[in-house]
Write a protein that binds this ligand. Structure first.
Ligand code: BGC
Length: 533
């Protein structure tokens, strides 16, 4: 149906009107991606504060971050069928309300449990927006622009991530300023609550803006509401073509019915072997190389590198900007140089950056000098830290262990960032370059390319089922990576943590090199004929 929605190129004026309309609708719908990106990454600024406020263990901290991906994984499974039943727009509105509810509840959370419940509600919105927003755009967009319009969603995701980094930074900075209004809002003591609560505004905006968006015409036809669908489609295309399109949707719906009854074992038939190997590998590779560990724990990583809390937030914003710029570059390149070249270049870059990070952390050493005694936080007794002065520790694990022995675990956790910043000897420029290079390489390859590949690898008949399946694997991998990251950093240390990501990327690179077919410029039917024999 998407292809038939394309307007004839012989009609420039109708065409530009329709493009304007489709862009406006797509931009509103893609706001779901923005909320998704914001909601998922805002937690990065929060972790440091809730860790001490609720006295969390490392695994609880991982849970605070990863719980969102757990419910997002579940929502990915159910939001497709729900949107078939109640409409795409209805599910998007529910997602907007969930984002709103999650923002308000997490801002007010009196306990860690309520905070996790609030994050999980947001996760339901994230999963729904991740699947339904691009699907809706694909269903209304002209074929010629479909790729780029669908990519608007990924662009919005990364913009949402950056906006969260930025607002986190602003709240922290304003909280420290002595302005009366910031004190009235209690920005300093409720900083993490404001960070999380701010999302209520865009969520409300999204909910209201969705009233100006039509329901997906394809869904309306499937529900027998042809007259209503025709009205919407006439804004995108001319009458003759609209009638033809509707006819084709009705014909296609017969195969959609078959598709709904497809058993999952269809995915594992020998003919599907190649596309499933590629789909599953890319789904895992996108997450197992650590992107969401870097995004959602960015300030924590910067603290471990001795940048200090404030600088850490600044660097986090840099991460966000690099992410946006390189996503735009990927969108410009993807139809020119192709998916495989982008992936090979990007994943090679990821391998190099991860090994560079591991190497730099391996070279780091930690030593407190007497200088630290003059700037000790008031809660720290100079005598308790005394035995560590002048001792050189060769890695972060030894140093953190010594801190816990000297201060006890509570004080050690609360002041870890201060002591690491005072003791670490590390090439910070190299670490910053390594992290930014990693984000750039991800944004130009695995980030957008995975979604494009998902939409073109699988045969028409099993596409929806297959995308749900690989999406689920992607989300579950993301959940696991986020959950174990704080534990990994505390128990394996930064060197091994980053080296592991590098090794995973290397394995992925080899799989891409061997298995990934070239898909650029081929029609979906040509791909189906050559890939799923
Ligand atoms: C991934 C997300 C990730 C985002 C970062 C998306 O394609 O699915 O997990 O946070 O890219 O840009």
């Amino acid at each position: 149906m998407q292809d038939t929605l394309a307007t004839s190129q012989n009609e420039p004026s109708a065409y530009s009107n329709s493009i304007f309309y489709v862009c406006y609708v797509s931009l509103i719908v893609a706001l779901g991606g923005l909320l998704m990106g914001f909601d998922a990454s805002v937690i990065s600024g929060v972790v440091g504060f809730i860790e001490s406020e609720f006295n969390l263990t490392k695994l609880q901290l991982g849970w605070a971050v990863a719980s969102l991906s757990l419910t997002a994984t579940f929502a990915m499974l159910v939001s497709g069928p729900l949107s078939d039943k109640f409409g795409r727009k209805t599910v998007l509105k529910i997602a907007a309300l969930l984002f709103l509810l999650s923002a308000v509840l997490s801002a007010l959370a009196p306990s860690f449990t309520i905070l996790v419940i609030a994050r999980m509600l947001g996760g339901l919105g994230v999963g729904a927006a991740l699947i339904i927003a691009p699907m809706y755009i694909a269903e209304i967009a002209p074929a010629k622009y479909r790729g780029r319009l669908v990519s608007l969603n990924q662009l919005n995701i990364v913009i949402g991530i950056s906006v969260a980094f930025f607002t986190n930074y602003m709240i922290l900075t304003l909280g420290e300023s002595a302005q009366p209004w910031t004190q009235q809002l209690n920005l300093q003591h409720w900083n993490w609550r404001w960070m999380l609560g701010l999302e209520a505004l865009p969520a409300l905006l999204y909910f209201v803006a969705l009233f100006w968006v039509p329901e997906s015409p394809r869904w309306l036809v499937l529900k027998g509401k042809v007259a209503q669908a025709k009205q919407i489609m006439l804004k995108v295309s001319h009458e003759q073509q609209v009638d033809e399109t509707i006819k084709q949707i009705v014909i296609a719906s017969t195969s959609t019915d078959k598709q709904a009854r497809l058993p999952i074992k269809e995915l594992f038939k020998p003919a599907m072997r190649l596309v499933m190997i590629v789909g599953v590998s890319i789904a895992i590779l996108q997450q197992i190389t650590g992107i969401n560990a870097v995004f959602f724990y960015a300030p924590m990583i910067f603290e471990q590198s001795g940048f200090g809390t404030d600088a850490a937030f600044m660097q986090a914003i840099l991460v966000g900007l690099i992410n946006i710029v390189f996503t735009v570059i990927a969108i410009a390149l993807i139809d020119r140089i192709g998916r495989k070249v982008l992936l090979l270049a990007g994943v090679s870059g990821i391998v190099l950056s991860m090994f560079m990070l591991a190497y730099q952390f391996n070279l780091a050493s930690y030593e407190l000098t007497t200088q630290v005694l003059s700037s000790l936080p008031s809660q720290i007794n100079a005598d308790s830290i005394g035995p560590m002065i002048g001792v050189s520790y060769s890695n972060d694990l030894e140093f953190k262990h010594a801190l816990v022995t000297s201060l006890g675990s509570q004080l050690a956790v609360n002041h870890e960032s201060f002591f690491i910043a005072s003791a670490i000897q590390l090439n910070q420029t190299a670490v910053l370059i390594g992290l930014l290079a990693f984000v750039a390489c991800f944004a130009v390859s695995l980030g957008p390319v995975m979604w494009v590949l998902f939409s073109e690898l699988f045969p028409n008949r099993i596409r929806a089922l297959a995308i749900s399946f690989v999406g689920l694997i992607n989300s579950a991998t993301s959940f696991t990576v986020q959950l174990v990251f704080p534990w990994e950093l505390a128990n394996l240390g930064a060197t091994l943590t980053f080296a592991l990501y590098g090794i995973f990327a290397l394995v992925g690179l080899i799989i891409v090199l061997i298995y990934l077919p070239k898909t650029k410029g081929k029609t979906l039917e040509e791909l189906e004929a050559s890939l799923a024999k």
